[in-house]
Design a binder for this molecule. Structure first.
Ligand SMILES: [Zn+2]
Length: 181
């Protein structure tokens, strides 16, 4: 197989090109930080130049054919010969706050698996204290590990940790009810 030529387009030229063409309100990133934060999940990571139209489908090496993504999002992006699809995908994942992106994916994964949202579960248990929920959630974190070569919790792991938290809170609530009976 012929070796692919190194990409010549710079990160800055990509930010410059898109910064005047796409409204940052539709994305997880502000243009002022778009050279250091992933355009899909907003995390601050080393960014990769990701083809909009794949190289193998005659995508060109020019700013208009790239977006900047972290390694993790780069593995998940759509590789198709229609340039609108990339933007549909990026906009569909828009979150307003940095650091919440993967938690949100975990919450959605939870709903897919258990048919109920974590918020509904907490409501059922009568738990309203946000700090209690946060500390219970943090307490589960040493009961999970990363996949080799993936230094983060994937959505299914986050969903699993949320489930463990709910189970723990259910058990606590039962104990309190028994003591009060
Ligand atoms: Zn990302």
């Amino acid at each position: 197989m012929a070796k692919r030529e190194a990409i010549k387009t710079t990160l800055n030229s990509i930010v410059e090109y898109w910064g005047s063409r796409v409204d940052e309100c539709d994305l997880s990133v502000d243009w002022a930080e778009a050279d250091s934060h992933c355009w899909r999940c907003g995390c601050e990571k080393n960014l990769e130049r990701c083809h909009i139209i794949p190289h193998s489908l005659q995508g060109k090496d020019e700013p208009s054919n790239y977006v900047l993504l972290c390694k993790r999002c780069h593995l998940e992006n759509p590789n198709v010969a229609d340039k609108e699809i990339m933007w549909d995908w990026l906009k569909a994942y828009k979150t307003s706050f940095y650091e919440t992106f993967w938690l949100i994916q975990g919450l959605e994964e939870y709903k897919r698996i258990y048919g109920k949202s974590v918020v509904e579960e907490l409501k059922k248990l009568g738990i309203k204290d946000r700090n209690k929920v946060l500390s219970s959630f943090k307490a589960t974190h040493n009961m999970a590990s990363f996949h080799f070569g993936q230094p983060y919790f994937n959505s299914a792991t986050v969903a699993g940790l949320l489930r463990m938290m709910i189970k723990e809170l259910e058990a606590e609530t039962e104990t309190i009810e028994k003591c009060n009976a």
